[in-house]
Design a protein around this ligand. Structure first.
Ligand SMILES: *Cc1c(COP(=O)(O)O)cnc(C)c1O
Length: 224
């Protein structure tokens, strides 16, 4: 049941916060609804989860349209966004979690009618297969985004590699937090960079302990 799953996730969020003396109000749970249909997505929204994330353009647009009555939902787009699809979604979303190239930034700049709140995706682990900007290139990359007045860098996003140990997860999330603080200290107007989007079903307790402000949770909410 979604309601039981949600209670479990919320309990784990609180427990993780307690371990490191954080307030659970600092953390926003994003329900990742990419694997479920409209009914379960609506059920989750009815349980009070008002941040939802999708990673496929068609499914996102269709759900958003069907849920037009839910006026207080913040829609997050996670995962890869092809440049040719930017036009159809960018003005429909509240947060974009996968900014990882200047070409994509340029396309967003061209198509956006408003300021788009973006997370820059960072490949903290340095794995070849991972999307995202390498840690060493992050500062230069973000500096170049100053060109684009439609883009506001609200924070950094990362994923721990599949099958990583708890210890590795701690290290990766701590490094993202450190990078986020480094950018925040620059006090760039276009890049306040106060947020970290990190932690999924398997590793959100670790991410919270390391300072996550947005966690992206799917499977744990929808398991049978
Ligand atoms: C699917 C996905 C999630 C959620 O993953 P779960 O393991 O189902 O919680 C989070 N972030 C991104 C970028 C995803 O693609």
């Amino acid at each position: 049941m979604i309601s039981d799953n949600l209670r479990e996730v919320q309990q784990e969020m609180q427990d993780s916060c307690a371990l490191v003396s954080r307030s659970s109000e600092e953390i926003t749970l994003i329900g990742v609804t990419k694997t479920v249909g409209i009914n379960q997505t609506i059920e989750l929204a009815n349980q009070g989860v008002n941040h939802l994330a999708e990673n496929r353009v068609d499914q996102f647009l269709s759900k958003k349209e069907k849920m037009s009555d839910f006026t207080d939902i913040a829609w997050h787009f996670i995962g890869n966004l092809q440049r040719r699809k930017v036009k159809s979604v960018i003005n429909e979303i509240d947060f974009f979690h996968a900014l990882d190239s200047l070409k994509l930034g340029n396309e967003i700049q061209k198509r956006a009618d408003k300021t788009i709140r973006c997370f820059v995706e960072v490949n903290v682990s340095g794995e070849d297969s991972k999307q995202g900007i390498a840690s060493e290139e992050l500062e230069t990359f973000i500096e170049q985004l100053a060109l684009f007045d439609k883009i506001k860098v609200v924070g950094l996003m990362t994923m721990a590699p599949l099958g990583s140990t708890k210890e590795q997860q701690h290290e990766i999330f701590a490094r993202l937090k450190h990078l986020q603080e480094t950018i925040q200290e620059k006090k760039w107007g276009f890049a306040p960079c106060t947020q970290t989007s990190m932690g999924m079903s398997n590793d959100f307790p670790v991410a919270i302990q390391e300072g996550a402000t947005f966690i992206r949770v799917g499977t744990a909410l929808f398991k049978e």
